[in-house]
Design a protein around this ligand. Sequence first.
Ligand code: PLP
Length: 384
Amino acid sequence: MSPDASSFLPETQAIHSGRGIDPATGALTPPIYLSTTFERGEDGTYPSGYIYGRSGNPNRNALAAALATLEQGTAAAVFGSGSAATFTLLQALTPRDHVIAPRNVYFGVQEMLAKIFAPWGLLYTLVDTTDLAALAAALRSNTRLILIETPSNPQLAITDIGAVATLAHQAGAYLACDNTIPSPVLQTPLSLGADVVIHATTKYLAGHSDVIGGAVVTKTANPLFDQLRLIQTMGGAIPSPFDCWLTLRGLQTLPLRVRAQSQTALTLAQWLAQHPAVERVLYPGLPEHDGHGIAQQQMQGYGGLLSILVKGDQDAALAVTTRTQLFTRATSFGGPHSTIEHRASIEAPGSETPANLLRLSVGLEHVEDLIADLDRALGGKNEK
Ligand SMILES: *Cc1c(COP(=O)(O)O)cnc(C)c1O
C-alpha cells in the first residue's frame, strides 16, 4: 500500500501519491489495466471494488487519488480532456441556473457556454473577475457557480481567489477555479476557499505534450460533484487507462518542471520588459503587473506562461513567430519544448485578445538559449 501522501510536501506527493508497490509482482511502476470487466464474488458482490471500466479502472483511480492529494482536495474525477472536465461540471447544473465566468476565460469555455449551454437553458454572465465590484453586481438569486481562471489565458490576469470565494459563498454559489496555468505546485485554490478545481492535465500535469486529459477535484463531498460523477459514469467521458498511466508518470516530475519553467519565465519576462521591440509584457511576476500583489499572496511562483505585446500590428507579431528557432509555433502549453503562439488568430472573432499579442510557453531549455532565440527573432534576424 502507498503511505498517506497527504502529509508530504509536493515533491514527495508527486512521486508517492496514487502509487504503491504492485502486490502481485513487486513492480514500482504500476501496470496498465486494460481489462474492461472485473470478476464478481460468489455472492454477486465486487470484492475488488471494480465492476466495469466505464465506472472505474485502477489507473484512473490512481490518477484521481494523486490529483486530489496534490490539490489538497478529498476526491477527483479525471476526464478525456480538460474541456470534458469543464463541460461535465456545467452539465451538472440545471437549466435556469446562472453561471458567472471571466470575460477573458479560455476561449473553448466561452464557446461551449454560447453554443451548447445557453441553448440548453443555462444562464450566464461574463465579467471581469479581477473587479470584485463588477463580480458582486453580476450575482443573481439563481447564481449557482462562479468559474474563475487565474492567471488567465492568454492575458495572465490575476483574480483574488479568497475574496471571490467569500462572495460566492455569501450568494450560495460554488466557486470553481481552473488551476491549469499555475498547477498545484504554485497555487492550491481549495486551500484559499474554492470548492472545486478544474484542470486540463494536458498541460503541466502530464507535462510532455503527449496526452490530452482533464480533471475536477473537490474540496469536500457536495451535490455538484456527486452529479458530475453520475454524469461521467452514465455518459462515459472517461480517459483511457494508458492516458491515465502517462499522466501519472508525468506527474512525478511536476514540481521540478514547474519550478524550473517558472524561474526561466521570470528571467525572460524581466529581459523582455527591457526589449525595445516589446510594447508590454504580461506576466504576474513583474511588479508593474496589475495583479502582482495578489499573485504574491496566493501563488508560490508565477508560472511558465507569459504573453508579450509586440510593438506594431498583427503582422509584426506574426513575423516574430517566423524567426524563432527554439520556440516552435504551436498551440497549447506546459511541455518541455518552448512554444510561441499568436492567439488572436486561433480564437474566434469576438475575442478580446490584442492582435499584437504572442503567448509564450516557456519550456525546459536553458534560459540563455531561449533569450538568444527571442533576441534574434525580435531583432528581425532570420537565420533559419
Ligand atoms: C487547454 C485548456 C483547457 C482545455 O483543455 P483540453 O485538454 O485542451 O480540452 C481548459 N482550460 C485551460 C485554462 C486550458 O489551458
